[in-house]
Design a protein around this ligand. Structure first.
Ligand code: NCD
Length: 322
């Protein structure tokens, strides 16, 4: 395994998106994640790289996988982890995002993980605090650690992360997962196909250098990877699909549609999954095709690697100003 240099593998203070990451940095994060996969499979899972550090998790939207895996990642690296529940915080009393950020900042956290329903909110918050900020999803904008964990899952399943044909299918218009993945997988020189009904395909998507389809059979032809997305009804203000039944019929992934992909194509989904809406439940559970549980495992390792690398920069910048 390639070793990551101690100081500059992620020479930036925050991880706000995939947009600013070079292919070398992506590879460096994935390489370090490999060592954390190994650690997480041990009975003894503790490291001390974040010992003495404080990690605050601030989620303004619901989350199961992302929040739990950031919390677990922080604890396995030895950090003190604080979980702020927005429902029982002063945010419910009308405090602004910036005031909340400034208040937390005054307590000297080292790492702040934020999820927010508005695109751009996490970038704004990062400008107001001194600690490292990790974006755990902002509106329809970016979800960088999801794209990194997806990349790690693909790299391990396919043995490489370049020159693959990858289909991203479903509610692309509302998906930060799709946006971060299009950027990451594009940087690593893969062929990306987007498959969605026209109502769920963002305008001007062609500018991203992707191929666009509104038909699953044509779009899935000979692909190596099929990434399904949830219908994100919480971001829809109106009727984007005729009915869930009709949507499943045309765009839901089942064995019949998957037969158009390569025989060894893998099936992915970031979760939470709606069985019988965007994916057939039996296929999602088929461990010969589906890597959905691997994605969850990779999520913990990638978040450990990302926080480890950002914390190294905190040390460096403090030394530099000492
Ligand atoms: C995704 C998200 O929150 O953007 N979920 C996740 O982080 N695993 C996708 C989704 O909510 O559909």
């Amino acid at each position: 395994m390639q070793l990551v240099s101690r100081s500059n593998a992620l020479a930036q203070r925050d991880l706000l998106g995939i947009e600013g990451l070079s292919p070398d940095r992506v590879s460096a994060i994935l390489d370090l994640s490999e060592s954390y996969i190994a650690l997480n499979r041990n009975a003894q899972k503790k490291s001390d790289v974040l010992s003495g550090r404080t990690l605050i998790l601030l989620f303004f939207e619901t989350s199961t996988r992302t929040r739990t895996s950031f919390e677990l990642a922080g604890k396995r690296l030895g950090a003190d982890v604080i979980n702020i529940s927005v429902a029982s915080s002063a945010i419910k009393k009308g405090e602004t995002l910036i005031d909340t950020a400034m208040t937390l900042n005054a307590m000297h956290p080292d790492l702040l993980v934020v999820r927010h329903p508005q695109s751009g909110a996490v970038d704004l918050l990062a400008q107001k605090v001194n600690c490292a900020v990790l974006n755990a999803g902002d509106g329809r904008h970016e979800h960088p650690t999801q794209a990194l964990l997806d990349a790690l899952t693909i790299r391990r399943a396919k043995g490489r992360l370049h020159r693959l044909s990858i289909a991203i299918c479903g509610d692309i218009a509302h998906s930060r997962v799709a946006r971060s993945n299009i950027m990451l997988l594009g940087k690593m020189e893969n062929r990306i196909r987007l498959i969605a009904p026209p109502t769920l395909m963002p305008a001007q998507i062609g500018e991203f250098g992707v191929e666009v389809f509104d038909d699953m059979e044509k779009g899935l032809k000979d692909v190596d990877v099929v990434m399904m997305l949830r219908l994100q009804k919480e971001r829809m203000d109106g009727g984007f699909i005729p009915s869930e039944r009709e949507y499943y019929h045309r765009y839901g992934l089942d064995a019949e549609k998957l037969a158009h992909a390569k025989p060894d194509a893998i099936v992915m989904h970031p979760g939470p999954m709606n069985r019988g809406v965007e994916i057939d439940g039996t296929l999602a559970d088929d461990i010969n095709r589906s890597v959905i549980q691997d994605q969850v495992e990779m999520g913990v390792a990638v978040r450990m690697a990302a926080m480890d690398l950002l914390a190294r920069n905190l040390v460096d910048s403090r030394k530099a100003t000492a």
